[in-house]
Each structure stands twice: as structure tokens, then as C-alpha cells.
Design a protein around this ligand. Structure first.
Ligand SMILES: Cc1cc2nc3c(=O)[nH]c(=O)nc-3n(C[C@H](O)[C@H](O)[C@H](O)COP(=O)(O)O)c2cc1C
Length: 444
């Protein structure tokens, strides 16, 4: 047995069951037995009872910083999403006595349920304090163990806790023993399936009532995103008793069932594709302007930050803006709701014109052409997944292959707020980069 294998085996042995079954191997931070926890929170739902209470959701909108905000969650639910996660909130900032950050980030309404609020944290007490502030308004609280950004490395949260199982166990356990609503967790995978399974079992033993498995490694981010590994998700599903959601590789509606068939999971989560096609969970093929208009109508009712709205519109019109480049600047400058509506009105007129051109009329919804690699050839005004520009079609048997581009390093000073802002910028830069390359290509 290698050293790594020994470590995993020891971890599993120590954390595999309830304190009662574990005897002297129970971690010191497990201060209560499962029976005591049940007695303390007799009405708190567990595992499949929680899942059923939420309507047995199969179609799940992922947590997305600055992007799975209330207005977007409502739009997604109108088009087939059955459960949404909030963006990740920073537990320490969220629990601050000054409610500015909390009020800016956390909005909810009746239409929002079921909803799971996600936090990143590395301190069990701050996490508990933050989580207590959403009791009564959320179905569960999720711990982010997947964020791979440089910023998370410096802040020591997200996927950078993957080496610190003891801390992860403490973060989850403290909620399991002390919070009135259930705790869930979203994890990434390790290169080894055995270690991934041991990890998921540790998370379950600590008290997570649902586990989302994003089937990518921590290194698979930005231009290196590549494929998620459904085999590892399947292995986790087989190994744990709580519901499992699969995350990764969903480009088209049909991929949802494919994923369930391949992994046997209880639900399927989508992030990027949901942003480019908010109707992904409905199976409908819709024009981008229709989604944009409906989203703006929701934003008319629910105050939403203009930066969030702009980012959504850039994504929805990703394939049209490199063609109508003048409108790109208009969107970049848009600040008020009137500006946003005007932009959508202007681009809609152009896109309707485009859709009536001679060659565009050939587009047949019932008979969508595929390219040689199996990607559907939708016209630019139809909601469709964002295929990474640099994916390597040469070797592609499936979707979005890994490539070798480097993600820039960051060296700036750290503060909590700074970390979050930088993380968002990092994502925006990636998007912008993709968009510029696409535009260059269309000019060639
Ligand atoms: C814009 C954006 C923001 C994200 N923010 C979060 C987040 O707040 N918390 C989290 O756990 N994952 C976050 N992610 C990762 C997604 O939840 C998801 O795990 C990942 O994108 C893989 O799913 P996909 O293949 O469907 O895109 C984010 C992803 C994107 C694209």
C-alpha cells in the first residue's frame, strides 16, 4: 500500500459511520451522536426526506457568483429548473454586523423556493453565524468545496480545502450539530476514484445531507476546463446513502438523461450552459432576445445590480455580438434599466432581420444539423451552449476537450472583499478573451 492509499484508508475508517458505530475513531469535533442530533432538531429533514420535500428536483441551477441571483433563478425556474443554488456568499462577510454585503447579495421571495444558499468558509463559527441568518428562508445551506480560482487559494476556501479534510469535517459538522436547517456540500473530484469516494464519504459522515459532485479536478478551470468525469460521480453515488447531484458536461437537454443513465444520480446541475441557455431544463429551443426580454421584465420587478444584468446579456448574446460589434459597446455602457431595455430592443431588431435572410430561413428546428464532432449548428440568435473557443476538435470524441492554455497568475493584495471582486473579474476576463478570439476569427 502506498502512503497515499494508507492515508485514504485511515480517513475512511475514521469517518465512515456515525459516532456510535465508529467507537474510539470518532473525531473529537463530533460532540454529539446522530440520535442526540435528531433529538435536538426533530423536524429537520435529512437526506431523501429533504430531497422529497424540495419536490425531488432533477434540474438544478448551479451556484454562480454574481450570476445565480434571484432574478436569474426565477427565470430559470420558469423554464424547467426545479431547484436553484444562490451564488457563493463569503461567510465571514455575510455574518458581519454591518449588513451591507448581506443585503446586496442575498435576495429571496416566495417564488424562490426551493433554494439552497451557498457559502464559502474556513472558520466553523463564522459559517454557522452566516448560516443562521438564512434559517426560515432557505431549504438548506451548502458548503462550497469546489471553487478553484487563485483567489480561493489565497483566501483558503473552496477547492483549496481539499487537502484539509479535518477542517472540512469541522465546518460541516458544526452546522450538522447546531443549525436548524440541513447542510449540503458541493465537491470536486480527485485524480483517483478511490480518494474521491473516500472524500465524499467523509463529507457524508460529517453530516452533509446532499452531495453535489462536480466531476472535474481542481486544475480543470478556465481554458483548461475540459470534460467532467462521470465515472467518478457514479462511484460516489454508489458509495453514499444521501442524494447525489451530478455537475459537468451538460450542453443539451438530452445530456441530462444521458448523465442520469450514466451515473444514476438523483439530479443534474448546470452552470455555464444555464447562463447561455436559461431554457436548457425545458428542452425548448428559443431565441436569445426572448430570454433577454423576459429576464429584464423580472429585473423591472426585482432590483438587480446592473453589473449582473450586463454580464447575463453578454452571455445570452455571445454569438451575436461578434457580428453586431457596434452593439457591444452599447451594452458595455448600459447602466440603467432603460439602457438595458434599449439594447435588447436594438439587438432584437437586428437579429430578426438576420433570421429572415435567405440562408437563415433554411434553419429547421426539427432537423438541426450537426458538425462533424456532434455539436449542433444553431444560428447565432438561438440560445445555445458556449463551446470553449479553444477546445480541441481534432481529438474530441465528446464535449469541450482540455487544452493547455495558461491562466494568468494574480499577485495583488488580499482582503475579503478584494478576493470576491477579483474572482469575478477573473471570470469576466475569461469570457472577454473568448469573445475577442471569436470576433477575430469571424473577421478572418
Ligand atoms: C459564472 C460562474 C460562477 C460560478 N460561481 C460558483 C459559485 O459561486 N459556487 C460554486 O460552487 N461554483 C461556482 N461555479 C462553478 C459551477 O457551479 C459549476 O460547478 C461549474 O461551472 C461546472 O458546471 P458546468 O459544466 O455546468 O459549467 C461558477 C461557474 C460559473 C461559470
Amino acid at each position: 500500500m502506498t502512503v497515499a492509499e494508507t492515508t485514504v484508508a485511515a480517513d475512511v475508517c475514521c469517518l465512515k459511520d456515525t459516532p456510535k458505530d465508529c467507537g474510539s475513531d470518532v473525531p473529537a469535533h463530533f460532540t454529539m451522536t446522530e440520535d442526540e442530533i435528531k433529538a435536538k432538531f426533530p423536524n429537520r429533514l435529512r437526506s431523501y426526506d429533504l430531497f422529497k420535500k424540495m419536490g425531488s428536483p432533477r434540474h438544478i441551477v448551479a451556484p454562480m457568483v454574481d450570476q445565480s441571483e434571484l432574478a436569474w433563478r426565477i427565470l430559470s425556474k420558469r423554464y424547467g429548473a426545479t431547484l436553484c443554488y444562490t451564488p457563493m456568499f463569503h461567510a465571514k462577510m455575510f455574518s458581519d454586523d454591518n449588513p451591507k454585503y448581506r443585503n446586496e447579495q442575498w435576495q429571496t421571495s416566495e417564488e424562490d423556493r426551493p433554494v439552497i444558499v451557498q457559502f464559502c468558509a474556513n472558520d466553523p463559527e463564522y459559517l454557522l453565524k452566516a448560516a443562521q441568518l438564512v434559517v426560515g428562508q432557505a431549504d438548506a445551506v451548502d458548503l462550497n468545496l469546489g471553487c478553484p480560482q487563485h483567489i480561493a487559494r489565497r483566501g483558503h476556501y473552496g477547492s483549496f480545502l481539499m487537502e484539509d479534510w479535518d477542517l472540512i469535517s469541522k465546518l460541516i459538522r458544526n452546522l450538522h450539530e447546531n443549525l436548524e436547517i440541513p447542510v449540503t456540500a458541493k465537491i470536486r473530484v480527485f485524480p483517483e476514484v478511490e480518494k474521491t469516494v473516500a472524500y465524499a464519504k467523509m463529507v457524508e459522515a460529517a453530516g452533509a445531507q446532499i452531495i453535489t459532485v462536480h466531476g472535474r479536478l481542481r486544475e480543470q478551470k478556465g481554458h483548461k476546463t475540459g470534460l467532467a468525469d462521470w465515472d467518478k460521480i457514479k462511484a460516489v453515488k454508489e458509495a453514499v446513502k444521501v442524494p447525489v447531484f451530478a455537475n459537468g458536461n451538460i450542453l443539451y437537454f438530452e445530456d441530462i438523461q444521458r448523465c442520469i443513465d450514466a451515473t444514476n444520480v438523483d439530479g443534474v446541475m448546470s452552470a455555464e450552459t444555464n447562463l447561455y441557455n436559461p431554457a436548457i431544463f425545458s428542452g425548448k429551443v428559443l431565441p436569445t432576445w426572448q430570454m433577454a426580454q423576459e429576464y429584464l421584465e423580472i429585473c423591472d420587478e426585482i432590483v438587480t445590480k446592473s453589473s449582473f444584468i450586463r454580464a447575463h446579456l453578454f452571455k445570452l448574446f455571445r454569438y451575436s455580438l461578434p457580428i453586431h460589434t457596434d452593439l457591444r459597446q452599447q451594452l458595455a455602457n448600459a447602466k440603467s434599466m432603460d439602457d438595458m431595455h434599449q439594447f435588447v430592443k436594438d439587438i432584437k431588431a437586428r437579429l430578426i432581420e438576420d433570421s429572415q435572410k435567405e440562408d437563415a430561413r433554411k434553419f429547421d428546428l426539427e432537423n438541426i444539423e450537426m458538425d462533424e464532432f456532434g455539436y449542433r449548428k444553431y444560428p447565432h440568435w438561438i440560445c445555445q451552449p458556449a463551446l470553449r473557443f479553444e477546445h480541441d476538435k481534432e481529438h474530441s470524441k465528446s464535449k469541450r476537450l482540455l487544452n493547455e492554455a495558461k491562466v494568468a497568475d494574480q499577485n495583488d493584495k488580499a482582503s475579503d472583499l478584494f478576493l470576491i471582486k477579483e474572482e469575478n473579474k477573473e471570470r469576466e476576463r475569461e469570457d472577454e478573451d473568448d469573445c475577442n478570439k471569436k470576433q477575430k476569427l469571424s473577421q478572418e
